[in-house]
Ligand binder design. Structure first.
Ligand SMILES: NC(=O)c1ccc[n+]([C@@H]2O[C@H](COP(=O)([O-])OP(=O)(O)OC[C@H]3O[C@@H](n4cnc5c(N)ncnc54)[C@H](O)[C@@H]3O)[C@@H](O)[C@H]2O)c1
Length: 314
């Protein structure tokens, strides 16, 4: 049994609480949020466990072995550094940090602390993304000609994520919040990303995040990457991560759908029920117990941050 403490009890913190609750080998033993009412309510829902408003008290709780950090990006650095100083295992939300410098320091400190350090990049544990990777490996699209990420948001912030930071320029925006998942997938599946050129559409209000991006980059062999997105537009939300190849097209759409087709065919939905990807919590348990595990660590987070910060350059 692994005893977990959680810092940050907002949208994603609650989502992970319900996943931890369903798992027999982990137990949430204490929670923390700077909003006392939320900390109290969440602790009550978990059977009246201790709660805090100050992250250091949670870290120091003697039962806590692993801390899950689900606060907004600009608070990741200080909290994670305190966890590492206490030599406790850590699961951190993406993006790793709110700047490249912070991310570098965190990745270094995590390595030196000798603890388990993992990122929550859920695509790595999703069926559609696993099938996407498998088909690419089987040369479904043939030789890759172009990789494209399209992000369309009729409304940003999205209806379910109306908080005070995700629409702000300092630590929000869809490039940071959504784009980073696909940056990490690109690095994992295709390797290095170079020659990044970015053009952001920014509102006049300097406090508000981008409303558009057109960026280009290249894989190591020169294969072009196009990253484009717009918010505050007509239509439906659409996130498409598409590999165009010499023989076909394969698209990971809206996180959990796949569509593809060979040259000359219509694009059609691709099924993936037979795929059983790994599960983040199982992998965390394995890692804490000293077994091999499929985790995406702070080095992965740092590499994604390197690309992310170039895309976010004003
Ligand atoms: N992995 C994913 O798929 C995914 C999805 C959504 C969000 N996220 C990431 O998760 C993090 C949180 O996002 P969210 O949507 O849940 O945000 P949120 O604003 O809904 O929740 C954040 C919570 O953290 C609390 N908080 C802020 N600073 C704190 C501090 N110093 N100490 C204690 N509590 C503090 C806030 O009061 C709030 O309750 C962000 O980094 C975001 O990028 C990841």
């Amino acid at each position: 049994m692994i005893n977990i403490g959680i810092i940050g009890l907002g949208a994603i913190g609650q989502r992970l609480i319900s996943q931890f609750e369903k798992h027999s080998e982990v137990k949430v033993v204490t929670v923390c949020d700077q909003l006392e009412s939320l900390a109290k309510e969440s602790a009550g829902a978990l059977g009246g466990i201790p709660f805090y408003t100050d992250h250091k008290s949670l870290i120091d709780h003697p039962l806590v072995e692993l801390v899950y950090v689900a606060v907004p990006p600009k608070f990741h650095y200080h909290i994670v550094m305190d966890i590492l100083k206490a030599n406790k295992h850590v699961l951190c939300e993406k993006p790793l940090a709110n700047s490249l410098e912070e991310a570098k320091e965190m990745a270094q400190a995590a390595k030196e602390a000798g603890v388990i350090h993992a990122m929550n990049f859920p695509l790595n544990y999703g069926q559609a993304a696993a099938k996407f990777a498998e088909l690419l490996k089987q040369q479904y699209v043939g030789k890759l000609r172009r990789l494209q990420l399209t992000m369309n948001f009729p409304e940003w912030p999205r209806v379910w994520q109306k908080n005070d930071w995700v629409g702000g320029r300092e630590q929000g925006g869809f490039v940071l919040e959504v784009g980073v998942h696909f940056i990490q997938q690109t690095l994992k599946l295709f390797g290095e990303v170079k020659n990044i050129q970015t053009h952001l559409e920014l509102p006049d209000n300097p406090e508000k995040c981008e409303t558009g991006i057109i960026a280009t980059a290249e894989l190591a062999d020169g294969t072009p990457i196009l990253i484009e997105g717009l918010s505050q537009i007509a239509g439906n939300e659409y996130i498409g991560f598409t590999a165009y190849g010499s023989e076909g097209i394969l698209s990971l759409e809206n996180w959990n759908q796949l569509r593809g087709g060979k040259f000359g065919e219509e694009l059609k939905g691709i099924l993936f029920e037979n795929i059983t990807p790994k599960n983040l919590i199982n992998e965390l348990v394995k890692a804490v117990n000293g077994q091999d595990a499929e985790l995406y660590d702070f080095e992965v987070g740092y590499k994604a941050q390197q690309v992310l910060e170039q895309l976010r350059k004003m």
